[in-house]
Design a binder for this molecule. Structure first.
Ligand SMILES: *Cc1c(COP(=O)(O)O)cnc(C)c1O
Length: 413
């Protein structure tokens, strides 16, 4: 490629994470800026899936639950995730989806605060978080669970003694704005409020210290920055101090103390294992397990530093080339207050996303008018960021997005 400035090539030269890219399968002639929605495929996942399907399932069949220790895979994968989120051992387990796990945690959080009923969240939280809270409210009735929402900047002043649970997502999926987990957790605890953090856009890309910050509960995503594959299981973090007090509501047999006793009475397993409900999805868990090996020698602080450097490079290239007004950076705060994504608003954002995809830059669109660029430091280079910015500028200036072929709305945006 010609015309790449020396300083951009230099950024790749000096990048301590540059070699990580070789651990991923990436399509040629594509710049993938959507790893915040679906992480790329780590090479070792392919071999692992083949081994689990052909040798374990194919040959050892049901013996694999013991022989290949399938039965403890949710725990083993949880233990691999723990250091990535600043958790000591025996507090993280991998199972189900974020939504299902939020249901378990929300009921548990309410149980810890039985004299209170309000669940406080943010108006523009990721919808599934609000939907699950609504579902719990319908199930238990408003005397036990009452969802209230407010704007992000109102949260801290709204914290008071009628609130049972504070339910928040660290990174705003639309704007990328970041909450200070430690500050909000402390403020909530001062009022006796239990906190649940959704780390969907955080785990694997932001330095997290859940234990040190005193977080009660958290959930996170296996298929975004952790690269576990489409629909990979999620994870649950339950602070050790709460574990033995709780009986989560989806009390299925895999969370039983002795599932193979087949006892008619439910007795919760010790510790975080009681947050399991059902038979683990072994193929999906095995993919995530292999994907997490990529993180074994990764320093999340370096990931964060590269993510910030990439975002700043992109912002400066776009603002140098495009006149103000043609594309608007949403949430133009210091990079330290943003997750690993940039959001720009544009009146034709959907068509623009489609045009960029055709030009080989994979991004996504979020209603009503947001174009999202996700930065995944493990497999994206500075040269790609530079190139993506050039292509974006060309796409805006050429008005290519007005072409009718970019107007058709797909189910998934
Ligand atoms: C991606 C995402 C989810 C996904 O929820 P699932 O139930 O696992 O599909 C939840 N919350 C947030 C904030 C997300 O970004």
């Amino acid at each position: 490629m010609t015309g790449i400035p020396e300083y951009v090539l230099d950024l790749d030269q000096r990048d301590p994470l540059a070699a990580k890219r070789r651990e991923f399968v990436l399509p040629k002639n594509t710049i993938y800026l959507d790893g915040n929605s679906l992480g790329a495929l780590p090479r070792n996942v392919v071999a692992r899936l083949d081994a689990v399907a052909s040798r374990q399932w194919g040959e050892d069949l049901i013996q694999s639950w013991n022989k290949h220790d399938w039965i403890d895979l949710p725990k083993r994968v949880g233990e691999k995730i723990a250091p990535i989120i600043g958790a000591a051992s025996e507090q993280v387990i991998c199972c189900d989806s974020i939504s299902v796990n939020l249901f378990k945690l929300l009921c548990s959080g309410l149980e810890l605060n039985p004299a209170r009923s309000v669940v406080l969240s943010q108006k523009d939280n990721f919808p599934t978080d609000l939907y699950i809270a609504e579902g719990v409210q319908n199930l238990l009735g408003e005397s036990r669970c009452q969802l209230e929402v407010c704007a992000a900047d109102q949260l801290e002043s709204r914290l008071d003694e009628d609130i049972a649970v504070l339910l928040l997502t660290q990174v705003n999926f639309r704007t990328g704005e970041l909450h200070d987990i430690q500050a909000l957790t402390n403020a909530a605890h001062e009022k006796g409020i239990v906190v649940i953090w959704d780390l969907a856009h955080s785990a694997g890309v932001l330095p997290l210290e859940l234990d040190a910050w005193g977080v009660d509960f958290a959930v996170g995503c296996g298929y975004k920055y952790l690269n576990g594959g489409p629909g990979a299981p999620a994870f649950v973090y339950v602070a050790r101090k709460h574990q033995e007090k709780l009986r989560q509501p989806l009390s299925g047999w895999m969370g039983h103390k002795q599932p193979f006793e087949f006892s008619p009475q439910y007795q919760p397993a010790q510790g975080v294992e009681r947050f399991l409900s059902s038979t683990p999805s072994i193929l999906a868990l095995a993919a995530l397990d292999a994907a997490l090996d990529v993180y074994q020698d990764v320093d999340i602080k370096q990931v964060r530093a590269k993510s910030i450097a990439m975002a700043e490079l992109f912002i400066s290239l776009v603002s140098d080339k495009l006149s103000a007004g043609s594309l608007t950076l949403v949430a133009s705060m210091p990079s330290a207050q943003r997750g690993s994504q940039l959001s720009y608003s544009h009146p034709h954002a959907y068509a623009m996303a489609q045009a960029l995809i055709e030009l080989g830059v994979i991004v996504d669109f979020r209603r009503p008018d947001i174009l999202r660029f996700g930065f995944t430091p493990l497999y994206t280079s500075f040269v790609e960021v530079w190139r993506a910015a050039q292509i974006l500028v060309e796409a805006v200036e050429s008005r290519l997005f007005l072409d009718s072929r970019f107007q058709q709305q797909h189910k998934v945006t």
